[in-house]
Design a protein around this ligand. Sequence first.
Ligand SMILES: [Zn+2]
Ligand SMILES: [Zn+2]
Length: 648
Amino acid sequence: MLKPDRYGILEFKLGSNDKNHKIPIENAYKDMTVPDILTIRIEKDGEVNDVVVEVENRAIEKPYIGGYKDAHTDILYHHGYTQTGPPKPKVPPELKNHRDTQTYFTRNRRTEQDYSRATQVTTKGIYLPNACDRILTPGPYETADERERRIDIEGKVRTIQRYYRAWMMRKKLKEFSDEYQKRLRIALEREEKERIEDAKRRKKDLVDKVFPVKTEDFAMLYSMVDRWKKSEIERITSIHCGPSKIAEFYLLLEKEIEIIQSIERLRTKVNKDVEKKQIIDFFKAIGSPIEWDSDYKHIHISMDTMEAQKGREYFRLYQRLCDQKATKEDRLQTYLDIKLYLNTHKCNERQEIISLIDRMCEFLARGMSESSLKVLQKRIEALILHHFKMTECNEGVTSHPNKLRIKQMTKNLIYCQMCQKMKAIEQFTINARSERIKICTACMWLDKAEEPWVDLSPYKFILRQIRNYERLHHGTSSIAFIMQDRDIQFIVTVIWHGHSALSECADVYQLRLVRWDTEQEWSPWNCILLTMEEAKAHLRLDRLNDMYEQEFRNHIFNKHALARKHFKNLSSYDKHFTEFSKGDWKLDEWSDYYSRPNKHECDIEIEENKEEEGEKSSNSNGINSEDDDECTCKKIFEKSTNSEELNE
Ligand SMILES: [Zn+2]
Ligand SMILES: [Zn+2]
């Protein structure tokens, strides 16, 4: 048996029998192709063995590009494909020439023909008339300079230019003067509008004080009482002392109780009206068609369902029932209709209503007085309303409003720490300073330690002025629209101490919060509290540094730093809202939502929408601005009180 040495190498000797053939050592591998497999015959002890030996050629080291490795012997096997070059092209590149490039030849040709023309002169045989001929005689010689001077083109051009420029100037002057007049007119109109608005809100405040409707109106009244009481106490303590002082205080207390009682009486009256409004709201909810904005061409769609039509029918029936001016016959007819409507029902309410109606009809037939029928009438109305609201009897008219309510109630619920109820975010008052929402609006109303009576209407007006100004100057920040009346009240009373920075005027109806630096957008740290006249003058200033002294400016900057501290979260809110509303085409004044051609398909009143666009951004996130709500509420309320559809 063959045995390798201790290094694992078997040594062979290669010999040749031919003496002429010599194997050169240097080119042994080159000249002689070493076969891959050798068969070696070994003679040992008289036995002959044939051993097959595989020869590994190590003359070159093949790069490993692909292949596999024997796990037992660690031998690398290369793929044949990785070791051979690219295949030969089928057509050699020298044959790849286009025939045309090899065979085309060019020629030059003339395309224009020679052109010749004959002229004729008078000869013996031909007569040419010379009546039209002209004889030219040379004038005196003139140099180019002299000619130029004589013609004077430059001077004429100058004249034309002069007249043209004068005409242009007159034209521009007219345009500018028109523009100036227009701007003047707009400014005057705006001023006039502002003045009217101011007068109107004063009137409105007065009306609200006399006929309070909303919670703010009552807050206004209570704050008035508060102020009056404080001034009275001051007066009494300055004039009286001893027993007379006590007596005066007693009188004051009695007077205050009387006033508060009368305010409370007003409130109960308003609450009654609110009940009526709730009934109308209910019928409005079940009777109005379902509306939404379609994604397709932004069309506003309104779908009148069978349920909505049914709801309107119910409303008509209810109106007829509540009509106090109806004659006896009409009323009997109405009761009959109600009976017919209840015919198919099998509920307990039906029995009750029918027995009441029977009793009513009997009373009417016997001619009993109106006052004795009143209670019975009230009971019938309440029962009918209750029956309309019952889901098992009303043929699904309340299903859509109920669905909406459930949807609204399942999201944005917040826990009120005071009344310990989960309430929707709309029922919380949010301002720009609040970091956490803790107490709902209803609880806030009760807890006067949390929030004393404040008359917010002047601050509301100031806020509206700020928003108008920002809208007019196309401000891009939403800070003015995030701010609420309460924040303005805070800025005016706490930061600016409730008086103008210049004149110390403390009449809140006179005060305006305007931009400090007119180039920057309005924010609590870029504003100044001034009176109306001062504000107008301030907004016209170009360079604040020249106009105001260093000391005054420092004073203002201190206020701004204070505001920045109090409203530290405002910037992040602003960023959030700006991000949030980025793709919303309803919030973009220039989007085709407000200029689209198919307005008729969706009756949008553009002016109104533009007014609301600012508030929408805050509404969408729960900060309620109430402005548009108010209008509808008021309208409905007026309707309910004026037209005597319901019994008083
Ligand atoms: Zn029923
Ligand atoms: Zn609460």
